[in-house]
Design a protein around this ligand. Structure first.
Ligand code: 3HC
Ligand code: NAI
Length: 645
């Protein structure tokens, strides 16, 4: 770690070097504090450039310090000192200037950014608000509605947008530090905090605020950030700064922030394996996908968007065309939404081939199977892959529940088989379960992990069992909810409790949306092997027998009027009748009791999964639950909650 000073032609360049992301930890703060004193006192120096070494400008305060008592100099004081320096400071921004990093840049008197740079205030994602003047300086530089989007929405903006909005003064494609030096020579010494912004709050602000607060559901920090920006845009700077600091300190001690910090680090810790440390992953350029249905098309699109070539194989020419159209639809949407350029779209479609012959996969480096969820069909597909693929090609199954050891046994060399379990829609959902069968080779596992990285997924390793981590826990709490239906709860009560807890949607609304028929087919398949001693709830089967397949059928757990779910007495009568048939006397449940049973069940299943070695750590389970099924991030995951209570 260092804060180095180099002086040429009366301009000092202060360079922060604190890998990997130049976080503003104690030593950086001390270094900057001293740099202001040193440079103020140096008559040779007329202006200062603040730059960073390595891959990024300061990406924030050091999150690892948050659990510990704060040590002086505090970041807000360092920033005030820079703003009050006797010589102008110009920030030279590359990479990501985030949180305390952007606040640092805003305390400088001028800002130059590289065109690839991004800037944002992501503190809300950690359950915080900016705590070093961000909510006071930002509305003095950009329109308050944009300040609100940045501080309460938590997403960064690109350099060109920052330039348009007034957050930076200049954007350059290259030669960042030189451009900042040139600007520093004429930079005025006006502090951001002295800018007058009275009367800039408008209707646009209120509208943005409503949208952000709706999205926040039970999370506190977006609301706090929004309040802080309001104060920042309306109050005198000193009062607004003091209020920001008080709010930041209170939030830092809130359990929501502890939970969000837990998940921040957990998401970065997962997807590693001691087995792959010293092995080299196999090269990946050409991916095969078998099946062009919902998942195959999403997986193909994800691979194409990550720069890989994809060949998709379907059963016949018609299905191959349908699969092709699905992928084209996804990429067409990305183009329409401005996520990719015309050029890129053309290039990606050029990297895609849809075929009805397996020998199109002779050059594939890795093949992902996404055909029907049926062991017979999967084994047949793998036997064909065994014949047509290179012997060193990695073979993966996207199965949701089936035994990947058994799938692997259908090829001559099972060491090249693993599970890559994507979530729907596969090109959007961040989670990837990497399923580790008994005989998989270390470098095959490493290749799966490398693919996850290339696709920018959050990968979690899982052992082989029915449903791996995500679907196994989901099946368990789904069962628990059905027990509760028989014991006295109704679907809308369970959904309301889950939504109040923070899930975007309750389990019955979710099932209606996904369709009830697939799970019904699976239950019928499992009927023969089901333990007769296990409690079994027949309500869902009876709904399916009545053709209530969910929203697509207009009726499921609810009936749908203009696309909106409405309670249905037919369903509720059926539930009550099932309780009576089993001799269960129905009891009432309040929201807290419902959540206690759901969370208790997730935690019990989670502990069993850990005991069986299916998941390596409680963090893995938390990361899965948050990224697979909308478990509210600000609770940190079921295992975090169990340990926190
Ligand atoms: N403090 C401490 N460590 C940090 C950090 C931070 N602010 N940001 C990232 N790291 C660590 C990560 O934990 C990871 O460590 P590891 O290698 O041991 O796992 C390493 O840096 C690299 O991070 P990523 O794997 O995330 O690297 P990427 O290149 O994918 O992303 C990034 C870089 C965009 C900077 C991303 O790390 C990020 O979003 N960081 C968080 C930024 C943030 O939230 N800043 C605000 C902090 S709160 C604050 O500033 C309060 C202030 O207002 C007072
Ligand atoms: P789907 O029914 O939409 O698609 C399956 C496709 O496979 C069909 O287009 C079919 O023509 C093709 N196919 C069948 N046999 C084939 C063969 N022998 N050769 C080539 N193509 C063949 O099914 P979906 O939903 O895409 O699921 C596929 C797999 O992904 C299943 O194993 C499923 O359990 C799993 N999965 C599904 C998720 C979902 O949310 N739908 C999530 C994660 C995994």
């Amino acid at each position: 770690m260092s804060v180095a000073i180099e002086i040429t032609d009366q301009i000092a360049v202060v360079t922060i070097e604190n890998p990997p992301v130049n976080a503003a930890g104690l030593e950086v703060r001390q270094g900057l504090w001293e740099a202001v004193d040193t440079l103020d006192a140096d008559p040779q120096v007329t202006a200062v450039v603040l730059a960073c070494a390595g891959r990024t400008f300061v990406a924030g305060a050091d999150i690892r310090e948050f659990g510990k008592p704060p040590v002086e100099p505090h970041l807000p004081d360092v920033l005030n000192k820079i703003e009050g320096a006797q010589k102008p400071w110009v920030a030279a921004i590359h990479g990501t200037a985030l949180g305390g990093g952007l606040e640092l840049a805003m305390s400088c008197h001028g800002r130059v950014a590289l065109s690839s740079a991004k800037m944002g205030l992501p503190e809300v994602n950690l359950g915080l608000i900016p705590g070093a003047g961000g909510t006071v300086r930002l509305p003095r530089l950009v329109p308050p509605a944009l300040a609100l989007t940045l501080a309460a929405g938590g997403k960064p903006i690109a350099a060109d947008q920052a330039l348009k909005a007034g957050l930076v003064d200049e954007v350059v494609a290259e030669g960042l530090v030189d451009a900042a030096r040139t600007r520093a020579k004429t930079q005025a010494l006006t502090p951001t905090l002295t800018r007058d912004i009275q009367g800039t709050l408008d209707e646009g602000f209120d509208k943005t605020e409503t949208g952000i607060l709706r999205k926040a559901r039970g999370q506190k920090s977006p609301k706090a950030a929004s309040k802080a920006i309001r104060r920042g845009a309306t109050m005198e700077a000193p009062e607004a700064l003091a209020a920001e600091r008080a709010a930041f300190t209170a939030l830092k001690q809130d359990p929501q922030s502890a939970a969000l910090r837990h998940i921040f680090f957990a998401e970065r810790a997962v997807g590693r394996s001691a087995r792959t440390k010293v092995v080299t992953p196999r090269a990946l350029a050409q991916i095969g996908v078998i099946g062009g249905g919902t998942m195959g098309a999403g997986i193909a699109a994800a691979c194409l968007l990550a720069g890989l070539k994809v060949t998709m194989v379907e059963r016949d020419a018609e299905a191959a065309q349908a699969g092709h159209d699905r992928v084209a639809g996804i990429l067409g949407n990305s183009l329409k939404r401005g996520l990719i350029s015309e050029d890129k779209h053309t290039r990606l479609m050029g990297n895609f081939l849809s075929a009805d012959r397996y020998d199109a996969l002779s050059e594939a480096d890795l093949v992902i199977e996404a055909v029907f969820e049926d062991m017979g069909v999967k084994r047949e597909v793998f036997a064909k892959l065994d014949e047509v693929t290179r012997p060193d090609a990695v073979l993966a199954s996207n199965t949701s529940y089936l035994d990947v050891n058994e799938i692997a046994a259908s090829v001559r060399d099972p060491s090249r088989v693993l599970g890559l379990h994507f979530f729907s829609p596969a090109h959007i959902m961040k989670l990837l379960e990497i399923v580790v069968p008994e005989r998989v080779a270390d470098d095959v596992l490493a290749t799966g992990i490398a693919l996850g990285k290339q696709l920018k997924k959050i990968s979690v390793l899982a052992g082989v069992c029915d449903g791996f981590i995500a679907n196994r826990i989901m099946s368990a709490y789904r069962r628990e909810c059905e027990y509760m239906l028989e014991d006295g709860a109704l679907p809308h009560q369970i959904d309301a409790a889950m939504e109040e807890f923070g899930f975007p949607m309750g389990i019955y609304r979710m099932q209606d949306l996904a369709g009830l028929d697939i799970a019904w087919a699976m239950r019928k398949r499992q009927a023969a092997t089901r333990d007769p001693a296990q409690r079994y709830v027949e309500i869902a089967d009876k709904l399916c027998e009545a053709g209530r397949f969910g929203q697509k059928a207009g009726r499921g757990w609810y009936i749908y009027e203009d696309g909106k779910p409405v309670r249905d007495t037919e369903v509720e009568d059926l539930i009550v009748a099932e309780s009576a048939r089993k001799g269960i006397s129905r009891q009432s449940f309040d929201a807290a009791q419902i959540m206690e049973r759901i969370l208790g069940c997730m935690q019990r299943e989670g502990r069993t999964i850990l005991d069986e070695g299916i998941a390596a750590s409680p963090e893995d389970i938390d990361v899965v639950m948050i990224n697979a099924f909308g478990f509210p991030r600000w609770h940190g995951g079921p295992m975090f909650m169990a340990q926190a209570t």
